[in-house]
Design a protein around this ligand. Sequence first.
Ligand code: PGA
Length: 247
Amino acid sequence: MRKIIAGNWKMNGKLENLLEIKKISNEFALSEIEIVICPPFTLLSAASEIAKNIYLGAQNLHPESEGAFTGEISADMLVDLGITHSIIGHSERRTEHNETNELVARKVNISLNKKLQTIICIGETELQRKENRTLEIIEQQLLDSLASNITFEKLIVAYEPIWAIGTGLIPEASEISKIHNFIRVKLVELFGSNASNIPLLYGGSVNGSNAPEIFRVANVNGALVGGASLSFEKFAPIIRAIENTDP
Ligand code: PGA
């Protein structure tokens, strides 16, 4: 199974921060981990000049290929730049930009059609968790955000409990295990046995200290990292943690 560490810089990073990408690229030149950094759009072009042996991803894209969509970026434009990955349906986009499962499904479709490695984010709110609805919510998000006829070879699923994002809180390892197993079973139900190769990432307050325990959980094939991906000093220990985890 591939192991993936993806960093989501969100709306952070200026030209001077390209140095962090350079350091990661140099340090992990020989790593077998699929390392992905998703800086803001403004840095993608410059980052693509310096990122060697690591991949670059976009944090969002538009469901159409081109047209009169002011302020938007298409999958075609990203591919044109040599970008290989995308993050679709992050909870911040679902919440702040009213992205529905239906819109997420359209974005996933175009992203996969353009052969981008596509990280789709799913996860429950704090309230939904308290109401014991986590599995129900996740199943619904999977069903509604993924068309049954997609080519899933480039699909990556990130489980990101919304209450864990940027809060320093993370679920118990047993909880992550239960949910990742559930996602695995549902993906196989949806797409057949080959779907057992879809990498499953955990996201939400991952850091160098909690990463080793998270990566020991079965069916956790990597992480989607926000805050701790912004600097080499915080991101590198997470990559090392997965390098040191048995397959
Ligand atoms: P965090 O963000 O690591 O800062 O909690 C994770 C994410 O939003 O993907």
